[in-house]
Design a protein around this ligand. Sequence first.
Ligand SMILES: [Zn+2]
Length: 260
Amino acid sequence: MAWKLDSDIFKRYYTDALKSISCCDLCGANVSNSYLLGYSLSQALLCQSCVNDLPYFNQSLIAGNLLNWPAVHRALPNIHFEHLFALSPYIYPFNKWLAQMKYLGRFELANLFSALLCAQWQVMNKTITPIDLVLSVPLHIKKWQVRGYNQAHLIAKSFAGTLSLPYDANLVVRVKNNDSQMGKTGSERRKNLANAFVLQGKLVSHIKHVLIVDDVVTTGTTASEISKLLKQAGVETVTLVTVCLTLPNAKKNGGVHGKL
Ligand SMILES: [Zn+2]
């Protein structure tokens, strides 16, 4: 009897605890169930109103490819991928979430980003050629050892799993432990990243369209270096999928943030 009582107390405590954490990450409203085009966001703790208010790029204006937008195309010269899909400019709440995931280890945000990316991706990219393989931008092992995880890998794994696409976390290896890319121009970044990646093993011949996932894209140089390697190995098309796009010269290029 005593055990049953304890068990009941535990159950009630546990249910109350669950209720208290089931509130929207942005507005604090209770979240019982929220869905975005069939993708459950209940675990991501975001209410439906806040989902509807997220500052997405207007994908329909650019047919789901940010490279169709001249300001973005001008800002990303010398890239080796054909398609760029980003959810949002690097603004609130995405900038806050990405920082929390990277520096505070909020791993559950990978599922939120994945659900939002999948929902937008399926609406906008129905006509795109099938994806043969999903990759993520790798960290150098030393950086991985310090941080303990790679946020791009967590998002990519969840994204590929949700869309039932094959994912390979080990094909691309970062062999050069570069200085931070922050504050560097496109050409400085290209120099910094030259020979930074290698392909581990061979790509099977049917792999023609590869999708690379990253958390934030600034100059596209990192994904472009990986794309070059993939193209040398026989890949024909590379699509870059990212949560946020932040351009180094956004103002000069027509105020990219929040305009599209
Ligand atoms: Zn909310």
